[in-house]
Design a protein around this ligand. Structure first.
Ligand SMILES: *Cc1c(COP(=O)(O)O)cnc(C)c1O
Length: 377
């Protein structure tokens, strides 16, 4: 059996190395290292894949979030609601722009932002909500979009963990996550479901005017050469990464299928266990692309389990061990622990198992056997 990795980029690369090398050679020979045809091609392929009018490539997923908020014209003092249980980048960009992050609790089943908590947090100063499709599972978009429309606020989807997921509305309509809100963002960090071999990110929108604004912001606020209409940033996807991503985009669905197949094998082995809660699934509407395979461990010493797994050479992850509202950088006297009961519980219970496109049945068996041993002992 191959050594078990949390993410296996090597095994995945070996299957596409010829294609990647060819794509890189083309970029090298073209010397169009910034923007240029490779970036354009990837942009158009991603627009087609997502069925969205505009993809705006940028340097990373954090920049994408920042540029999204800049493009919506939010002003210092405006409040932006997001989940307490997410990677820090989501709250970081809100604070960086002088906006006020308003962290809210999550749903126990999906780990995603709780609609009722969002509704309670809306004030006249609320200008945007940032749902995160956490671990690859779509946030409750239909209810959030409805709330946003009622209150005239923007929805920015942080789709860094959910690219390729399909959301199903109650009328059966289906749409890719990241394309449902006013603007969506993603990250091409190497371990993400569509990962580059370096940094990368993108924004998505169906709004022509907003797309125009965003394209200028990522390029120094420049809409006409050396005319700077707004204060922008320098955030570009380089051509090498775009060429790699273009190769990998053609495999994204099969990569997500491989993740799903691994998740189903985990579920089959683990779902009967009294102390294990496997990831929530929504029957035919299931939107999960398993960026992470995250379990809840009930009445269990999680740290002891992590240690025992480590002794068997099984890596595990805890995403996330500390709620954002309790982080030094984001502390605020407004936050009371009793406002975040679910997040606080999850930070103690969750454990993520190895999840990637190259997991074998033997590896999954080995992981499950030792997880159950570690919990029962
Ligand atoms: C990875 C990630 C980001 C940031 O992406 P970078 O490309 O690393 O800047 C933002 N939000 C979430 C939820 C992420 O998982």
């Amino acid at each position: 059996m191959e050594p078990i990795r949390m993410v296996d980029l090597k095994g995945q690369y070996e299957k596409i190395d010829n294609q990647v090398q060819t794509a890189l050679q083309e970029v090298l020979q073209s010397t169009a290292f910034i923007n240029g045809p490779a970036v354009q091609r990837f942009q158009h392929h991603l627009e087609n894949y997502l069925d969205v009018k505009h993809v705006i490539p940028c340097a990373n997923g954090t920049d994408a979030l920042q540029v999204a908020l800049m493009g919506l014209g939010l002003q210092p003092g405006d409040e932006v609601i997001t989940a307490d249980f997410t990677f820090a980048a989501t709250a970081e960009v809100i604070a960086l722009l002088g906006l006020t992050p308003v962290l809210v609790d999550i749903d126990l089943k999906t780990f995603n932002i709780a609609v009722d908590a969002v509704a309670r947090a809306i004030t006249p100063k609320t200008k945007a909500i940032i749902p995160v499709h956490l671990f690859g599972q779509a946030a409750p978009m239909e209810a959030l979009l409805q709330l946003a429309e009622e209150h005239k606020i923007f929805v920015v989807e942080d789709n860094a963990q959910g690219i390729g997921a399909t959301y199903t509305f109650s009328d059966g309509r289906k749409q890719k996550t990241g394309t449902l809100g006013h603007v969506g963002t993603t990250s091409f960090f190497p371990s993400k479901n569509l990962g580059a071999y370096g940094d990368g990110g993108a924004l998505f929108t169906n709004d022509d005017d907003l797309a125009h604004t965003l394209r200028g912001i990522v390029n120094h606020g420049m809409y006409q050469r050396y005319h700077h209409d707004v204060v922008g940033v320098n955030s570009r996807l380089d051509a090498m990464q775009a060429a790699i991503l273009d190769v990998k985009l053609s495999y994204l669905d099969s990569y997500n299928e491989a993740r799903k197949a691994a998740a189903l094998q985990y579920n089959a082995r683990l779902s009967g266990h009294q102390k294990i809660v496997t990831p929530f699934r929504e029957g035919d509407c299931d939107s999960h692309v398993y960026h992470q395979y995250t379990l809840r461990l009930l009445d269990t010493d999680r740290d002891a389990v992590v240690k025992k797994m480590g002794e068997k050479n099984i890596p595990t992850g805890v995403y996330y061990p500390i709620p954002l509202h309790a982080q030094k950088a984001y502390k605020d006297p407004r936050y009371r622990p009793e406002d975040f009961p679910v997040t606080l519980q999850m930070t103690k219970e969750v454990i993520s198992l190895p999840m990637h496109t190259e997991l074998s049945t033997a590896q999954i068996d080995y992981i499950c056997t030792h997880l159950m041993d570690a919990i029962n002992s």
